[in-house]
Design a protein around this ligand. Structure first.
Ligand SMILES: *Cc1c(COP(=O)(O)O)cnc(C)c1O
Length: 415
């Protein structure tokens, strides 16, 4: 007996060791692939030499670089300036000239510094530089979300029972080539006038079931500190508004916008959630981390809403690396959005199979914290619809067949 008692743990341990060896083998191919994917941290030397070159061109200083107003007034939107700062092939220079006549483009010096000099398929270039594919899209619609039909008050979009969006600006630090609201990005940058925002606030005050207000645009953090202080203060004072959220891409495209002054304002209005949009591990830089650290110190809770974009992040190992890099800077992956059929963005629209495969390769294979929900926005304002691999194979009254993350089929009974 006593021999058996001593033997058993040994046998268990041997079993666990064999299993651990198998698990190690499962992750090995990913580790090999992931080591070849550039991240913001692994590319930081290159980014710093780009920064020096751009500052030299503008005759500016590091202090200028850290000033978000300097970044905004020095946005690159002229193909000739671009060509000086980022050597382009002759065909691409022509392309940018041509597309620029129809679609606006602008890139912050910071985001430009993340672009690869030599790779035309660099994921940062693809998000920032206009491509002629934008002109040849007879598939997409201007407003597939039907946003024009879901606005019960000025600046408001309401599609859900207990929460809504206030649109505060059409301005962004960069005009993403995959933008779903390109119809709003005119030639002029405008913030919604205060009278209009006051009407939106009145709508919220008059509808006590609204417990969650999402301030977005454009980019909510391109509002001035004063306007943000006012708007968040007004929302904070409405008793039934339990939480506030800001939608912004500045942690990715203009991290110097996250100033101490801004953080002092944000800290006054908890609970405040900020959702941003990192789409590729190269965007997770030292500067992005600094911005995240400051926001977290101000009590803000950070989430990421990635957009699934063909040629940028549809490879499962890229998405896995992105979500792991985000957890390191304390940004929790929240959603992966399937790119919508917006006119001029067809070349980015992936297959639904790509999204399902990504979730399949995340769940179980890496931290549950790194697994966002994959969402397709139903057309005509139908709402966010979660899409998932099938783990429930069949379900009867008290019997189910499950498929585990490893692909094992298991009978599961309930009393
Ligand atoms: C996306 C969205 C929300 C927020 O949805 P969550 O799933 O709660 O993040 C709210 N209102 C509108 C109109 C939206 O499009």
């Amino acid at each position: 007996m006593s021999v058996q008692l001593q033997d058993r743990p040994v046998a268990f341990r041997q079993y666990a060791l064999r299993r651990a060896e198998k698990l190690k083998q499962m992750v090995t191919p990913y580790l090999k692939q992931a080591s070849t994917i550039p991240t913001g941290f692994s590319s930081s030397d290159t980014f710093e030499s780009h920064r020096a070159m751009i500052l030299n061109y503008f005759g500016a200083t590091l202090d200028d670089w850290e000033n978000w107003h300097w970044q905004m007034t020095h946005r690159i939107s002229d193909p000739h300036v671009l060509d000086t700062l980022l050597p382009l092939a002759a065909t691409q220079r022509q392309e940018i000239l041509r597309v620029g006549k129809t679609f606006r483009w602008a890139i912050s010096p910071y985001y430009l510094s993340l672009m690869d000099d030599s790779d035309p398929f660099d994921p940062i270039r693809l998000q920032g530089l206009p491509s002629q594919a934008e002109l040849f899209d007879d598939f997409g619609e201007e407003d597939p979300m039907g946003e024009e039909y879901t606005s019960p008050a000025p600046s408001i979009t309401r599609r859900y029972p207990d929460r809504l969006i206030i649109n505060v600006t059409n301005m962004c630090a960069m005009y993403c080539r995959h933008c779903q609201r390109r119809r709003n990005i005119g030639e002029t940058d405008t913030h919604s006038p205060r009278v209009q925002l006051s009407q939106a606030l009145n709508y919220i005050r008059a509808n006590p079931e609204i417990r969650d207000v999402l301030v977005t645009g454009g980019d909510a953090l391109l509002l001035s500190d004063q306007t943000l202080d006012w708007l968040l203060g007004e929302l904070h004072a409405i008793p039934h508004v339990e939480i506030k959220r800001l939608g912004t891409r500045v942690p990715v495209t203009l991290p110097m916008r996250i100033t101490d002054e801004l953080c002092t304002i944000l800290a006054k209005y908890p609970p405040l959630y900020i959702n941003t949009q990192f789409n590729h591990p190269k965007e997770v830089t030292k500067d992005a981390k600094k911005a995240a650290d400051k926001l977290i110190a101000a009590g803000v809770i950070l989430g990421n809403q990635a957009v699934l974009l063909k040629g940028i992040n549809t490879q499962p190992q890229v998405m896995k690396k992105l979500n792991q890099e985000l957890l390191k800077i304390r940004v929790r992956p929240y959603y992966i959005f399937h790119a919508k059929n917006v006119k001029g963005t067809r070349h980015f629209v992936p297959r639904i199979q790509d999204g399902i495969e990504i979730i399949e390769q995340l769940r179980g294979h890496t931290s549950g914290l790194a697994v966002p929900t994959y969402i397709i926005n139903a057309p005509k304002g139908g709402g966010k619809t979660p899409i998932s691999p099938q783990y429930l194979v069949s379900l009867d009254e008290n019997k189910a067949v499950l498929r585990t993350w490893e692909g094992k089929y298991i009978q599961y009974e309930t009393p």
